[in-house]
Design a protein around this ligand. Structure first.
Ligand SMILES: [Zn+2]
Ligand SMILES: [Zn+2]
Length: 359
């Protein structure tokens, strides 16, 4: 009897696995010492504002793409589908939450405060009551989000810039930064990059964010993640909502956008070191040493000595042969590179030095 029961359970499990009918593609970006590297997207829309998908679809997509956490952030003030979908600020989270539990996706209750520029758009994460934030006066609204304990960041800061060279920093932004009413900034939004906003993240100690801001369904993930969505990497103490919240407050993030990762040197250096392994020299002939470099991550790394050099690209999940020149007598060399696509600030790659010693 016991045996038959086990078979029934097994068959039931197989059926429930098949019912979802999809495969999760894990993202290979390693943890760094002391922290889990969580893959997160804190900005996306559904039919409850101007998006084109149902909230549960956002959870399914995140699961398939290997994400850990998402925030559905429908606009508070903009509801173009309201003739068909009644305005109900609480529903996107409520609908998505059971699906997120089933698929082990961390779901954050969020909303997008949506104003003309300036002040622009702001995401409030970890809000308690979105409807209570439907407030006419902007500063009162932002303060109310903060009073709810929200983590607030300035979305796509240079969007709707009237002229390409015109600053998108206004007095209201100084008020927000000085009053600590925003804690983060999103220089990377979908395929857009706002370089000044990237500078301000460092200048004003705002947590660096990068998100998809997707409105349509995502394309299925590809084998090598070449078309991965823009996401925020969060260096969290564990895989939980509380740990994400703590890491965001502490500024422990980086952004993976297209083929580059932006973040503080203190996080990008260990991220590179846990992704790439310089193997011992396996052969030397005079001053030429030969060694392997193994890239165990989904990120291609572009190494260059000078910014004008053609970079050596360490392709994702692959091994590259390097033939450096070493000292004839000692067999040693200090290899100095800039990892060009690991941006520690705008236009500045991560400097690394690797000491090799050939037998
Ligand atoms: Zn927006
Ligand atoms: Zn948006």
């Amino acid at each position: 009897m016991k045996c038959r029961y086990q078979i029934v359970v097994l068959v039931a499990l197989l059926f429930s696995a098949c019912a979802f009918g999809a495969v999760r593609k894990e993202i290979r970006i390693p943890d760094i010492t002391g922290y889990r590297t969580l893959k997160c997207d804190f900005h996306m829309h559904t039919v409850f504002s101007d998006g084109n998908v149902w909230p549960t679809v956002r959870v399914d997509e995140a699961w398939r793409e290997g994400l850990d956490a998402i925030a559905i952030s429908d606009h508070i003030e903009y509801h173009p589908h309201k003739g068909d979908i009644p305005t109900n600020h609480a529903r996107p989270y409520e609908i998505a939450a059971p699906r997120a539990k089933d698929l082990n996706i961390l779901l954050i209750r969020a909303a997008e405060i949506t104003r003309d520029t300036p002040p622009g758009h702001y995401n409030a994460l970890f809000v308690k009551d979105i409807a209570a934030l439907d407030i006419k006066d902007f500063l009162t609204q932002i303060k109310a989000a903060n009073d709810q304990g929200a983590f607030v960041f300035w979305n796509h800061p240079g969007w709707k810039q009237s002229k390409p060279d015109e600053s998108y920093w206004f007095d209201i932004h100084k008020t927000l930064v000085d009053g600590k009413l925003i804690q983060g900034i999103e220089p990377f939004n979908g395929d857009e990059y706002y370089k000044d906003a990237h500078t301000w993240a460092g200048q004003y100690n705002l947590t660096l964010m990068g998100n998809s801001d997707e409105h349509s369904p995502f394309d299925p993930p590809t084998e090598n993640h070449a078309n991965h969505r823009t996401m925020t990497l969060v260096f969290a103490k564990d895989r939980s909502l509380d740990a994400i919240r703590e890491a965001l407050n502490a500024g422990r993030t980086a952004v993976w956008a297209m083929n580059q990762i932006a973040g503080k040197e203190e996080f990008l250096k260990p991220l590179f070191e846990s992704s790439v392994e310089f193997m011992p020299v396996h052969h030397r002939s005079g001053t030429t040493a030969i060694l392997e470099i193994r890239n165990k991550s989904d990120v291609p790394f572009e190494l260059g000595r000078k910014r004008t050099d053609k970079p050596l690209v360490l392709e994702p999940n692959s091994t590259t042969i390097l033939k450096p020149t070493v000292n004839k007598e000692t067999g040693k060399a200090d290899l100095k590179f800039e990892v060009r696509n690991l941006l520690i600030e705008p236009d500045k790659g991560l400097p690394i030095t690797v000491t090799i010693s050939a037998p």
